[in-house]
Design a protein around this ligand. Structure first.
Ligand code: GDP
Length: 195
């Protein structure tokens, strides 16, 4: 089956989003940041896609640096080994803080985790959607989304990317239609490629 993988830092709202998408309640929301979880598989609607929730990466409070690296290596290995089956990657970010976090980690010889993961998926030929969550906390939405495009190397304005790459959402309120649209887009593309 085709697979959709979800990656993102802890606390961006990944579990909330996956609950909204699948209607399943049994996501591991028990806050043990950074604890390596087995990928979870779920079906979506009548289509037999698998949703795989990979553990949070990046900032994990109370987790040792080398343990963080182990988790990241696990994620990278999982994606590399399953790249053939992975139809779409969904990188979930917190719209309120994502620019600050990226800029804080953009020092010399440093690549912010979110940017790194976006490029990594792209390099493996996996189309990637950025689910920009918590947009309810963002005042100037267009500016924030344009800044994000800029940091990811996508030409602004962000509207150019809304069909396939950038999906502003409010998972907590179930406002996830933009993400569903981009997922449908990639599902259709994949079916067309199969013909
Ligand atoms: P995870 O660690 O990425 O799985 O994050 P969770 O799904 O556990 O959510 C982390 C926190 O963000 C919780 O307090 C959620 O209620 C909150 N949250 C999730 N989605 C949204 C959203 O769209 N807007 C706001 N303001 N908060 C959200």
């Amino acid at each position: 089956d085709a697979e959709v993988v979800f990656v993102g830092r802890s606390n961006v709202g990944k579990s909330t989003l996956m609950r909204e998408l699948t209607g399943h309640n049994k996501f591991n929301t028990g806050k043990k940041p950074g604890v390596t979880r087995k990928p979870n598989h779920f079906d979506w609607n009548s289509e037999s896609f698998m949703f795989t929730d990979l553990p949070g990466f990046g900032f994990m409070s109370g987790v040792e640096e080398d343990h963080r690296e182990v988790i990241k290596t696990d994620i990278v290995r999982y994606i590399e080994e399953n790249a053939e089956e992975i139809l779409v990657g969904v990188l979930v970010v917190d719209g309120k803080s994502v620019i600050d976090i990226i800029d804080r980690h953009s020092g010399e010889g440093e690549i912010p985790h979110d940017v790194e993961m976006f490029y990594f998926l792209e390099e493996l030929g996996i189309p990637t959607v950025v689910a920009v969550n918590k947009m309810d906390k963002v005042d100037d939405k267009d500016e924030r989304l344009n800044d994000l495009c800029d940091r990811l190397g996508l030409y602004p304005p962000w509207e150019q990317w809304q069909d396939d790459t950038i999906a502003p959402i409010v998972a907590k309120r179930g406002q996830i239609e933009p993400l569903k649209e981009t997922l449908r887009h990639h599902f259709h593309e994949a079916k067309r490629d199969d013909l």
